[in-house]
Design a protein around this ligand. Structure first.
Ligand SMILES: Cc1cc2nc3c(=O)[nH]c(=O)nc-3n(C[C@H](O)[C@H](O)[C@H](O)COP(=O)(O)OP(=O)(O)OC[C@H]3O[C@@H](n4cnc5c(N)ncnc54)[C@H](O)[C@@H]3O)c2cc1C
Length: 628
C-alpha cells in the first residue's frame, strides 16, 4: 500500500473527513495523529487484504554475527549483575529499587542502550536492546519497567525520531550517563482517549516560552525523572472555519519550578517502579523544548509507541521463559497420585500450550525486532500484534504456572523461604504480568487500532463515495477507481492459492503454511463483506472486529513461527522446534476456525443490552446477599 509522500496530505484530509462526520472531536485529533501514509511494505497490512508477502517473512530475519557478539557480551555482564546485586523479592517487598542497583545499571550503560554511540550511548540494535529487556524481565519486572519506560517511551525515543540536533546534543548524552526520563500523557480524566487531555501549555513572552498547567497520572519514572516528555494542549488553530485541537510535546526538566509530586502510586504488581501523579503549575518551558512542532504531540506519542511497543513483548517473553523453567522442574519433582504431576494429562496439556506459545512469542519478538533494525518494512501493525499477543499469552502462561504450582503458586516467595522451601515467585510473576494488558494501549484499544489500520485500504477507496459532502463528479471518480480495484481484487480472493510456498519448508509445516495463505484470503473476504454490510456502523461492532483482528494476529504469529522453525531446521536438522511450531499452528487454527464461526453472534448484542441495563441499575437484585 505504498503511497508517494505527495499524496499524503490529500489522503490525510480524506481520512479525517471519513472519521469525523458526527464523531467526537477527540476522534478527529487521534485520526489526524495517525500515520496516514504507508511508505514501506507491511506484512500484516497485506495479510488483511488477502496477500501473504512471503518474501518479507522468509527467510526468517536473524541477527548478524557481529551484532550478536555485542549482545552476548552485554547480556553476560548484565546477568552477572542481576544475580549479584538485584533481589527481586526484596524490591517487591519494599517497593524500591536500591540506589546501588540504579547506579550499577547506569554504570553498565543500561540507561543508554538505545542512545546512539555518537552521544555516548551503547547504540544497541532493537534486537540487542530487547534481548537485554527480556533478560531483565525474566528476573525482575520492576527493573525492566524502569529501563523500558525510560528508553522505549521516555524522552530518548521521541528525541531520536523527531528531535532537533540541538535537543539531541543537549539531552542524549545526559541519558547515556544515567539521567532518567519519563513519558507523561495520561491524566486523571483521560487514559485511552488522550486527545481530550486538559493539561495546557499557554504561550507567553510572544511565544518564546509556554506555561504548562495540569496534572499527569501514572507517570512511570515520573517521581525520579531528570527529564520528561509532557503532552499538553496548545491553543486551537482554525481549520476551515472551525477550531481544531492542538496537542504538543514538550521536554520538561526536573529543575523547572512548578513541578510537584502529588502522590506516589502503588500497584498490585511491578511494585518497585516509581510512578506518580504529577502536578504542573505555571511550569515555564522555552519553545526550543517543543518536540517536532506545535500540534504534533499526539503524533509524537503514537509514533513513539509504534516502535516503543516492541519492548513490552520482549519483557513478556522473558517472563514466559521463566515460567517454563519453573513448571519444567516442578512438574517432574512434585509427585501426586502415584507419579509426577507433569504425567497427568490435565497438567501436561497446560505445559504443552505454554511451550508452544512461548516459542510463538519468541518467533514474533525477534522477527519484529529484526524488522525494526532493518527499517525496510512498516511494522506498526506487527508491533501492535506483538504487544497484544505477548501480553495476553504471557498472562495466561503466568496463570497456568500458578495453577501447576498449586498452593505454592499462591504463596509468596518470602513465605516459601520462611518455611524452608525454594522461594519460587509464581504469584509475583502473575501480579507483575497483569499490567501488560493495560499499559501502552489496552488490549481493547489495540484491537480498535489494528481494526482501523486493517480497514485503511478500503477506507481510502470508499470515502468519496459515501461521504455526504462530495460532489457527483467526486463520487463518480471514486466509484470508478474503487470498481477498478475491486473488480480484480475481489474475485482473486476466491481462487485457490497456487505456489507461494517458500523453499525449505519442513513437511510437517506445509499444511499450516497453506492455511495461512487461504486464511488470509478468507479474512480479507469476510472483512470486506462486513464492511459492506455495516458500512459506517462497523466501528460500533467492536466484538466482531476484535475477532477479525485476532484471526489476523493468529495468522501472523503462525507465519512467524513457521518461518522461525524452518530457519532453525536449516541450521540444525535435529531441532525439535518444528514440533513446537506445528503445535502452535494447531492451536491457532482452532482459534481461527472458532472466531470465523462466531464472528457475528447475537450474544454480542444481547450482552450489550444487558450491560446497559446493568448500568441503569436493572439488575441490582443480583447484588443481594453481599456486604452493602
Ligand atoms: C503501572 C502503570 C504505568 C503507567 N505508565 C504510564 C506512563 O509512563 N505514561 C503515561 O502517560 N501513562 C501511563 N500509564 C497509563 C496507562 O497508559 C493507562 O492506564 C491506559 O492507557 C488506559 O487508560 P485508563 O487506565 O485511563 O483506562 P480507560 O481509558 O478509562 O479505560 C478503561 C477500560 O475501558 C476500555 N475502553 C476505553 N475506551 C474504549 C473504547 N473506545 N472502546 C473499547 N474499550 C474502551 C479500556 O480498554 C479499559 O478496559 C500507566 C498506568 C499504569 C497502571
Amino acid at each position: 500500500m505504498a503511497k508517494p509522500a505527495a499524496e499524503a496530505k490529500e489522503l490525510h484530509d480524506k481520512q479525517n473527513d471519513r472519521m469525523i462526520p458526527g464523531g467526537p472531536e477527540a476522534l478527529q485529533a487521534i485520526e489526524e495523529a495517525r500515520e496516514a501514509v504507508w511508505e514501506r511494505p507491511t506484512f500484516a497490512g497485506q495479510l488483511f487484504l488477502g496477500r501473504v508477502l512471503t518474501r518479507l517473512i522468509f527467510p526468517y530475519a536473524v541477527q548478524s554475527e557481529e551484532d550478536k557478539r555485542v549482545g552476548d557480551a552485554f547480556c553476560e555482564k548484565l546477568e552477572a549483575f542481576l544475580k549479584q546485586k538485584v533481589d527481586p523479592d526484596a524490591i517487591d517487598r519494599t517497593g524500591d529499587l536500591p540506589d546501588e542497583v540504579i547506579e550499577g545499571l547506569a554504570k553498565l550503560g543500561c540507561f543508554g542502550m538505545k542512545i546512539p554511540k555518537e552521544y555516548g550511548g551503547l547504540g544497541f540494535s532493537q534486537v540487542n536492546y530487547n534481548r537485554a529487556i527480556a533478560l531483565v524481565g525474566s528476573y525482575c519486572s520492576s527493573t525492566a519497567v524502569w529501563l523500558s519506560a525510560h528508553q522505549s517511551i521516555g524522552v530518548p525515543q521521541p528525541l531520536k525520531m523527531f528531535g532537533t540536533d540541538q535537543q539531541k546534543r543537549k539531552y542524549l548524552p545526559l541519558f547515556a550517563k544515567g539521567a532518567i526520563s519519563a513519558f507523561a500523557l495520561t491524566e486523571p480524566d483521560v487514559g485511552s482517549d488522550p486527545a481530550n487531555m486538559s493539561t495546557t501549555a499557554t504561550p507567553v513572552d510572544g511565544g518564546s516560552a509556554y506555561l504548562i498547567n495540569g496534572r499527569k497520572l501514572w507517570c512511570t519514572n515520573g517521581p525520579v525523572a531528570d527529564v520528561m516528555v509532557v503532552m499538553a494542549r496548545t491553543p486551537d488553530v482554525m481549520v476551515r472555519g472551525k477550531p481544531r485541537k492542538q496537542i504538543t510535546a514538550f521536554i520538561v526538566e526536573k529543575g523547572m519550578p512548578g513541578i510537584r509530586l502529588v502522590h506516589r502510586c502503588q500497584f498490585m504488581g511491578i511494585r518497585g517502579i516509581q510512578n506518580g501523579l504529577l502536578e504542573f503549575k505555571d511550569v515555564r518551558v522555552p519553545k526550543e523544548n517543543i518536540i517536532w512542532d506545535l500540534g504534533k504531540g499526539l503524533k509524537v506519542a503514537l509514533m513513539t509507541l509504534n516502535t516503543g511497543r516492541l519492548t513490552l513483548p520482549a519483557g513478556c517473553l522473558g517472563g514466559a521463559k521463566r515460567c517454563l523453567q519453573i513448571v519444567r522442574r516442578w512438574a517432574q519433582e512434585r509427585k501426586q497420585w502415584g507419579g509426577p504431576i507433569g504425567g497427568h494429562e490435565a497438567v501436561a496439556t497446560m505445559m504443552g500450550w505454554m511451550t508452544a506459545h512461548t516459542f510463538a512469542m519468541e518467533a514474533v519478538v525477534w522477527l519484529t525486532s529484526a524488522w525494526a533494525d532493518k527499517g525496510q518494512t512498516d511494522i506498526r501493525l506487527e508491533a501492535a500484534f506483538a504487544k497484544l499477543f505477548g501480553s495476553e499469552v504471557s498472562w495466561t502462561i503466568a496463570d497456568q504456572t500458578v495453577q501447576i504450582r498449586g498452593g505454592r503458586g499462591f504463596e509468596s516467595a518470602d513465605s516459601l523461604k520462611g518455611r524452608g522451601e525454594e522461594p519460587i515467585p509464581a504469584e509475583r510473576i502473575l501480579r507483575d504480568a497483569r499490567i501488560n494488558r493495560i499499559i501502552e494501549g489496552t488490549s481493547e484499544i489495540m484491537h480498535l487500532f489494528l481494526a482501523r489500520e486493517a480497514l485503511d485500504p478500503h477506507i481510502q477507496l470508499a470515502f468519496d463515495m459515501i461521504l455526504p459532502n462530495r460532489s457527483v463528479g467526486q463520487r463518480v471518480k471514486a466509484a470508478v477507481t474503487a470498481a477498478g480495484f475491486y473488480a480484480i481484487w475481489y474475485p482473486k480472493l476466491w481462487l485457490p492459492v497456487l505456489g507461494n510456498r517458500p523453499a525449505g519448508l519442513p513437511p510437517q509445516l506445509r499444511g499450516h503454511w497453506g492455511f495461512v495463505l487461504g486464511g488470509s484470503r478468507r479474512l480479507a473476504r469476510v472483512l470486506f463483506h462486513k464492511m459492506m454490510r455495516y458500512q459506517q456502523k462497523l466501528d460500533k461492532r467492536q466484538a466482531m472486529l476484535a475477532r477479525l483482528v485476532d484471526i489476523g494476529m493468529d495468522l501472523f504469529v503462525m507465519a512467524a513461527s513457521i518461518s522461525r522453525a524452518a530457519m532453525m531446521r536449516s541450521q540444525d536438522s535435529s531441532t525439535n522446534a518444528v514440533e513446537l511450531a506445528d503445535l502452535f499452528c494447531r492451536y491457532a487454527r482452532r482459534r481461527i476456525d472458532a472466531n470465523f464461526a462466531s464472528l457475528d453472534i447475537p450474544e454480542d448484542r444481547q450482552g450489550y443490552r444487558v450491560a446497559q441495563d446493568l448500568m441503569k441499575g436493572n439488575y441490582t437484585w443480583l447484588e443481594s446477599g453481599i456486604v452493602r
